[in-house]
Design a protein around this ligand. Structure first.
Ligand SMILES: Cc1cc2nc3c(=O)[nH]c(=O)nc-3n(C[C@H](O)[C@H](O)[C@H](O)COP(=O)(O)OP(=O)(O)OC[C@H]3O[C@@H](n4cnc5c(N)ncnc54)[C@H](O)[C@@H]3O)c2cc1C
Length: 387
């Protein structure tokens, strides 16, 4: 498919290494993912052979130091990978996104040297990660979580249920947030590194979703789940800080996913309007259609620059929280509008599963919900303004 942005000015800021990396991810997405996208969506099942490919291609340790098998790269590189994957399949993108921008990221910042030495070689080789904060009764109000952690000698026992956990069906490592001291309120929240085989840990139901259908979203059940003391992530009682700060960065990844989805939809619609004839000519010849495409391309360019800027700020060690919230808010709005308009440009065919437009439309919707709804992003931005 034609790449509308191959020569866009925004890309002139890419280094040679970033450019080559982006091209390699694009080739992989086109060659190995695109042929299976529709079948995976219909079956609501990601092909198990694609996850090992993410590891083999070095997509699962982008920011992890080379000594542990990672690429020693940047969040900007993670953004490039997520965007390219989402342009073809938003489900593929979210596997890579959660693993890098939430799990690896939290461990880079909060795991001790022993935990890093133990887990990073596996997280870059074959161990898929998941991030478990949400519960049936706590989403936006995440710190109202009810999962409890009780200390029992040399280990902890975790009891509760986690909901909506991305990668849940395939992950081997889960960062689970539980309250170790409810009397302290949110200051009791603590992060735990829970492995799939731990006693008392099981996976509950898998969600049947509107979009990103091939991405697994599951419930986790913790029944006095035994977690060794050495698997506490960061200080006891600092889980709220780990969760907030990790999600601040994670939002840049969701922004990347959304610009990828919008790009995929816009490229598909641009190709379609050149082929589809009405009133004796290609519908691309109607100025009304051209202006719709031009507006979408402009929105997308703005969203893309916001996402790239947030990533560059983070990589430069500068404050990025506001920019990340704005980038996630705006890129998910742009993806929502763009995919809707693209579907309309396909006319009736856009409504059919024979064409890609309806999937992009369904996949875009999640951007306004996870890792903080649009209202929560507005709240963060407003707080920053009024501080
Ligand atoms: C496909 C999918 C994957 C997910 N993956 C993960 C995951 O991997 N890990 C994880 O921990 N969670 C995950 N989530 C959960 C996700 O982060 C939550 O769904 C999200 O944070 C919203 O929480 P909620 O669903 O409880 O909605 P609620 O918090 O109940 O919100 C409902 C509505 O009320 C609005 N609202 C709530 N409070 C306010 C307020 N104070 N002011 C204004 N408006 C407000 C919200 O904006 C929203 O529109 C996933 C969710 C989905 C759907």
């Amino acid at each position: 498919m034609q790449d509308l942005h191959a020569h866009a000015p925004a890309l002139s800021t890419l280094s040679e290494e970033e450019s080559m990396f982006r091209d390699a991810v694009r080739d992989f997405a086109e060659g190995e993912i695109r042929p299976h996208v529709q079948a995976m969506d219909e079956a609501a099942q990601f092909r198990p052979d694609l996850i090992p490919r993410f590891f083999e291609l070095g997509l699962m340790g982008i920011e992890i130091p080379e000594q542990f098998g990672g690429a020693g790269g940047t969040i900007f590189m993670a953004v490039l990978a997520i965007e390219e994957l989402a342009r073809v399949d938003a489900s593929a993108a979210i596997y890579v996104d959660v693993h890098n921008t939430l799990v690896n990221n939290a461990l880079l910042r909060w795991a001790d040297a022993g935990q890093q030495a133990r887990l990073f070689p596996r997280l870059t080789a074959d161990l898929l990660g998941a991030f478990a904060l949400s519960e049936p009764g706590s989403g936006s109000d995440a710190f109202a979580l009810e999962t409890r952690a009780d200390r029992k000698g040399d280990h902890w026992e975790l009891t509760g249920r986690k909901f909506w956990i991305t990668n849940g069906a395939e992950a081997g490592l889960f960062i689970v947030f539980a309250n170790a001291d409810p009397a302290q309120g949110y200051k009791g929240i603590t992060g735990f590194l829970v492995e799939r085989g731990f006693p008392g840990f099981s996976i509950g139901k898998k969600e049947n979703k509107l979009g990103i259908r091939a991405s697994s979203t599951t419930e986790l059940i913790l029944e006095q789940c035994v977690v060794p003391d050495g698997n506490v992530l960061g200080p006891v009682g600092k889980g709220y800080k780990i969760a907030i700060e990790t999600l601040n960065e994670g939002r840049i990844g969701i922004g990347a996913q959304m610009i990828g989805v919008a790009r995929g939809a816009l490229e598909a619609a641009t190709a379609y309007v050149k082929e589809r004839k009405q009133f004796g000519k290609a519908i691309a010849e109607f100025q009304g259609v051209q202006f719709q495409l031009a507006q979408m391309a402009t929105d997308l360019e703005a969203a893309r620059l916001m996402v790239y800027n947030a990533a560059r700020l983070k990589d430069a060690g500068l404050p990025f929280q506001q920019q990340a919230a704005m980038a996630k808010l705006f890129s998910s709005q742009v993806a929502d509008r763009t995919t809707s308009n693209c579907l309309e440009l396909f006319g009736g065919y856009g409504y059919s599963k024979e064409y890609p437009a309806e999937k992009y439309y369904r996949d875009a919707k999640i951007g306004t919900i996870y890792e903080g709804t649009s209202n929560m992003q507005l709240q963060t931005i407003a707080k920053g303004l009024l501080r």
